[in-house]
Design a protein around this ligand. Structure first.
Ligand SMILES: [Fe+2]
Length: 187
């Protein structure tokens, strides 16, 4: 799976300047796949990015890339328009984007051709399992904040700016899919 992840994420990994963070980000995906029992790229190619709505073929890898690029785009829009009173760390943003949903590799399982929530996923949703995976692989606390607090687990909790940007990019890709299903997306 290592080569598969390297190929899928090469564009984003190449943006991470810190060698240690770059290597640990890739390693976290490899370890997560191992823990989740995913051994074939085809299983990930078909993995929906969420079980909460119809993903219409958009897979977890595609979602991860879109969210990461979206958050970076938002960061660049802010910095090219005004001087924010905080620093945005792009290594944290690129790495945190790549890892925000890595916990889904243990949250989901494939049974009889169907992706569903695993027992591990019932016990800990992906923000928690992803944060644990990142911590075990030696990533810094700031990236653990991004993973652990990017979804509802982070509501009302202290957050990094990068966490907020990933959260917004994540829901910009998630909400329209939910609304399409409930026929509330105006098209
Ligand atoms: Fe996500």
């Amino acid at each position: 799976m290592e080569n598969y992840f390297k190929e899928c994420f090469k564009e984003i990994l190449s943006q991470i300047k810190d060698y240690d963070i770059r290597e640990k980000t890739l390693k976290t995906w490899i370890v997560a796949a191992k823990e989740g029992g995913w051994t074939k790229p085809e299983e990930l190619e078909k993995m929906p990015f969420t079980l909460l709505t119809d993903c219409r073929g958009i897979n977890l890898i595609e979602h991860t890339i879109a969210v990461t690029k979206g958050a970076v785009g938002l960061a660049r829009a802010i910095e090219s328009s005004y001087k924010p009173p905080f620093e945005i760390n792009y290594d944290f943003l690129w790495a945190g984007g790549l890892l925000h949903d890595v916990g889904k590799l243990t949250e989901f399982e494939l049974v009889d051709g169907q992706y569903r929530k695993s027992f591990a996923g019932k016990c800990t949703r992906h923000p928690i399992s992803g944060a644990i995976l990142a911590a075990k692989n030696g990533l810094p606390n700031e990236i653990i904040n991004i993973i652990g607090c990017h979804a509802k687990e982070g509501d009302g909790r202290p957050k990094r700016i990068e966490t907020i940007l990933i959260h917004q990019a994540d829901f910009a890709t998630f909400d329209p899919m939910v609304m399409l299903r409930s026929d509330t997306l105006i098209v």
